[in-house]
Structure formats: structure tokens, C-alpha cells
Design a protein around this ligand. Structure first.
Ligand code: NAP
Ligand code: GLV
Length: 313
């Protein structure tokens, strides 16, 4: 079995070492420009089009992340890039759900307990007690109830928050008030105090965090975007912050990454920024999952995480 590996950013040696241990007998190589020698499996993050186009022998492409938007954009921009017979498989959890729950729990508690405002008071050396937010009115709405969103929603329930969730198809999660489909979208948004975005980025969800939808939230709501930058209409957030409709935002993902030095988000006092780290791809967990799925595919067994290319996630 010939396996290609490509990512623009991580330590290839460590990945190849762990993959070769998990896939004994596999012939592993890092893809380099111009390499069109045969391969059965590709393990990739943000691959260039040249790596995949024309590879009729490929049986599966394993994406080293949960979101497959970068690969599907290649296919949308250049139809036929993805080999027709290859399954596109994404990571399912591999330690990301726990990381997301920690990130969201931190952000929501920070806003509910007003720690962000106490930080500002400290900078002014002001000893001042703020009126606490009531937990029962601090409704958190989670957009996307998949592998990550459902874990985050459950963790918020366990912290005692009223939690709503929104997905394309109907979902049931204990303790979560769930809404599904476009017709229930406004009811989901209405009066939400913290909106957490964990949708995949698809043509349907592009720009979903826009002025119209932000205006449905409670006045002075909070936004946590940990999915993709293109979900957010950036100027709409700046306007909503200016108007007080949004009190503050925590952003992990941006239209352009790294966020350009002159971007207004950097200096905005009510925007917290992290550099796309809300859930990192963990090498050990990912290698185990990918190796198990390759084994299952080779035996002709079904696997999870196969992307529906038409649906976009
Ligand atoms: P997933 O399991 O595929 O879940 C996607 C959820 O979104 C599902 O509940 C799905 O509804 C819902 N959805 C999709 N399109 C929708 C639409 N048009 N309207 C309403 N709901 C829709 O994905 P996941 O593993 O949870 O990951 C979610 C996203 O997180 C990834 O795509 C990625 O962009 C992002 N992410 C970010 C980081 C980071 O570090 N910032 C790390 C990992 C992942 P159904 O349940 O009906 O299918
Ligand atoms: C990271 O952004 C991922 O999609 O896993």
C-alpha cells in the first residue's frame, strides 16, 4: 500500500514515524511538487490541487482536520480535482471535542462572570463590583450539533446553562433545546445570549454570522466563532459591537489567516483573539483513527467520517 502525506505546516518526520508504526508494511512518502507516482491513500491538510488531480488510483483521501472546506473548495473551483473513486474522510473528534468544550466553557464563563470587564477595571485600578449576570437567562446557542457541537452543548448543560442547538436535520440531546432547518432558525436565534458557531463552512453557511442574524440575539449578546472565518461578515460584527447589539466576541478563525497586522480586530477592546487553536489536530489520536480506518477500508468494512461532497461536509 502506497501512502502519500502532505501538510504545509507540521512536522512531517514525526507524522511519518508514527504513521509507519501504525501502518507496518505501508510505503509512506511526503508528497513533493511533481510527484505523480502511484498512491493508494493520501493523508493531507490543505493539499495543493496538483497533488490530487488526475490520481485515478487513489482509494481514499484522509483530511488531517474536521473541516474539509479547503479540499472541497479545490473541487468547486476546479471540478474533477478530486479523484472520482476516492473517498474523502475527515477526522472525527480525535481529542478535538474536549478541546472545543474547554475553549467554549472558558469563553462563556468569562462573559457570564464578567471577568473580561474586571480585566478592564483592573487596568484602571478600579475596585468596583458589577451586577452579576443571571445564569438562567444566559442562554447559549450552539450552531452545529455534529461531533464537536454536540459535545460542546452537553458540556454547557453540565455547567448549568440553558442550552439551545441548531442543526440541518433534527437531533435530540438530553438537556438541550434543539432546532433544525431554516424554518426554525429564527426561533433558535431569538434571545440567545451567547452564540457559539460550530458549523462546517459550506456555500449554505457562508456569512451566516451577519447583521440580520446577530440582530435576533439578545441585546448585548456575545459571539464565539470557532468554526471558520468565512462564517462571519466581519464589518457586521464591528457594526454590532459599535451599536451594543454584541457586547463582545471571542474569535479563533478569520477570513484571512494569519490575521493581518493592520486588521481592526487586533485593537478592538471587546474582541478576544486566538490563532486558530480552539481544537488542534492531535497527532497520536489522529494516527490511531486514520490507521484503523485504512485497515477497515482495506477489509471492505464501513467507516465513519466519509464526507458527502454534495452536502459539503
Ligand atoms: P460535523 O460533525 O460534520 O457537524 C456539522 C454540524 O453542522 C451538523 O450538526 C450539521 O447538521 C450542521 N450543519 C451543517 N450544515 C448546516 C446548515 N446549512 N444548517 C444547519 N446546520 C448545518 O462537524 P464537526 O466535526 O462537529 O466540525 C464542525 C466544524 O468545526 C468543522 O467543519 C470545522 O470547520 C470546525 N473546526 C474548527 C477547528 C478550530 O480549531 N477552529 C477545529 C476543528 C473543527 P446535521 O447534524 O443535520 O448533519
Ligand atoms: C481545524 O480547523 C479543523 O477543521 O480540524
Amino acid at each position: 500500500m502506497k501512502v502519500l502525506y502532505y501538510t504545509p505546516q507540521s512536522d512531517a518526520d514525526a507524522w511519518l514515524r508514527d504513521l509507519s508504526r501504525a501502518l507496518p508494511g505501508a510505503d509512506l512518502r511526503v508528497w513533493q511538487a511533481g510527484d505523480d507516482a502511484p498512491a493508494d491513500i493520501a493523508i493531507v491538510w490543505k493539499p495543493p490541487r496538483d497533488m490530487l488531480a488526475g490520481r485515478t488510483d487513489l482509494r481514499a483521501i484522509f483530511n488531517l482536520g474536521a473541516g474539509v472546506d479547503a479540499i472541497l473548495k479545490l473541487e468547486r473551483d476546479h471540478p474533477g480535482t478530486l479523484p472520482r473513486n476516492a473517498q474523502l474522510v475527515r477526522l472525527e473528534d480525535t481529542g478535538m471535542a474536549q478541546q472545543m468544550s474547554e475553549y467554549v466553557g472558558h469563553a462563556v464563563l468569562r462573559y457570564m462572570r464578567r471577568f473580561d470587564e474586571y480585566d478592564r477595571l483592573k487596568a484602571e485600578r478600579r475596585w468596583h463590583v458589577l451586577e452579576p449576570h443571571a445564569r438562567e437567562t444566559f442562554t447559549v446557542g450552539v450552531l452545529g450539533l455534529g461531533v464537536l457541537g454536540s459535545h460542546v452543548a452537553k458540556s454547557l448543560v453540565s455547567l448549568g446553562f440553558p442550552v439551545r442547538g441548531f442543526s440541518r436535520s433534527a437531533r435530540e440531546i438530553e438537556g438541550v433545546d434543539t432546532f433544525a432547518g431554516e424554518t426554525q432558525f429564527d426561533a433558535f436565534l431569538n434571545g440567545v445570549k451567547v452564540l457559539v458557531n460550530l458549523l462546517p463552512h459550506t456555500p449554505d453557511t457562508n456569512g451566516v454570522l451577519n447583521a440580520r442574524n446577530l440582530s435576533k440575539l439578545a441585546h448585548g449578546a456575545y459571539l464565539v466563532n470557532i468554526a471558520r472565518g468565512a462564517h462571519l461578515v466581519e464589518q457586521d460584527l464591528l457594526d454590532a459591537l459599535e451599536q451594543g447589539q454584541i457586547a463582545a466576541a471571542t474569535l479563533d478563525v478569520f477570513v484571512e489567516e494569519p490575521l493581518p497586522a493592520q486588521h481592526p480586530f487586533w485593537t478592538h477592546p471587546r474582541i478576544a483573539i486566538t490563532p486558530h487553536i480552539s481544537a488542534l489536530t492531535l497527532r497520536e489520536e489522529s494516527v490511531v483513527q486514520i490507521a484503523q480506518k485504512i485497515g477497515a477500508l482495506m477489509r471492505g468494512e464501513p467507516i465513519g467520517g466519509i464526507v458527502d461532497i454534495e452536502r459539503g461536509y
